[in-house]
Structures are given as structure tokens and as C-alpha cells.
Design a protein around this ligand. Sequence first.
Ligand code: AMP
Length: 111
Amino acid sequence: MDCIFCKIANGEIPTDFVYQDEDVAVFRDVDPQAPTHLLVIPKRHIASSADVTDPSVWSVLVGCAVEVARKLGLEKDGYRMVINTGTQGGQTVPHLHLHLLSGRNLGWPPG
Ligand code: AMP
């Protein structure tokens, strides 16, 4: 399958992982929107949040994001987790990913 995040997850595209285990990978966004901008992905291909059928995917993904945020000390000033879904949701890469953003004041509502 020609999926860029699958290629990152399986090592076809060399990447400096912030964290990885058998289920999940965390790496830096190539176009960061905040001083810290990480992507947390399941290694197994799931196209979007709308395609999640196993609820344990959420505990793995969100649990990993919170743990990485804790290790990096991001909770001191705060952070935001974002999952864009579909066209109007702003999803551009069709492999489920959670954005972990931190290091500046993040506006609300989102654009
Ligand atoms: P989304 O718009 O929610 O689908 O987010 C996709 C994100 O993936 C964007 O923030 C891109 O900057 C990021 N991205 C695309 N290709 C790569 C890559 N090869 N390595 C790291 N981040 C990427």
C-alpha cells in the first residue's frame, strides 16, 4: 500500500522516532505548527478515526500521547491533541494520526 505513514512506521522511510513500540510510533511533523509538533500513529494502517472499530486503538494512541507529553514535560505549560478526520476536518494524510502540539499559546476556535 502506498501510504507514507506506513512507510515511516515500517522503516522504509528513515525517521528519528521520539517513541515506538510494536503498536505505535511517534515522530516529528515535517511542517511543525508549534515548537513541539509530534504525530502519534498506529503502526497498523487505519485510514482515519472514522474507520476505528476496536476501541482499544484509542487507549493505545491517546495513552501514548499523554505518556510522551509527560516524558517531555509538556504538561507544565499545556498541550493540545488533535485528530483531523476527512476533508472538512482537514485530514491530508489518510492514515490515522494524532497531532500533539505544545510550546505556544494555541488559538481557539481552530481555523
Ligand atoms: P493532517 O492534515 O491532519 O492529515 O496531518 C498530516 C500531517 O502530516 C501534516 O501536519 C504534515 O505536515 C505531516 N506530514 C506529512 N508528511 C510527513 C512526513 N513525511 N513526515 C512527517 N510529517 C509529515
